[in-house]
Design a protein. Structure first.
Length: 82
């Protein structure tokens, strides 16, 4: 299995294990507007979703398809960064 397939499979497993609660924020007050923390952006070609963002700013949030979700069992995405 190629490295890309391993990374994508690990990412899918990680995402499917996240427990999410829908949240709404006023414009300018979204977690991505806060200073500090970490943010991960994922872009994909094809499939149901074209991308999503994972924001760690105290609580962790998933932003996908213009919807915000608080992640109640937050963990770092399974990435290897050189």
């Amino acid at each position: 299995m190629g490295l890309k397939r391993v990374i994508i499979a690990s990412l899918k497993t990680w995402m499917s294990g996240l427990q999410l609660e829908a949240r709404q924020f006023e414009a300018g007050n979204t977690p991505s507007d806060a200073e500090g923390g970490e943010a991960y952006s994922f872009e994909m070609a094809g499939g149901k979703y074209t991308g999503f963002h994972y924001i760690k700013s105290g609580p962790c949030y998933l932003y996908i398809e213009e919807n915000w979700y608080e992640v109640t069992n937050a963990s770092d995405p399974p990435l290897v960064i050189d």
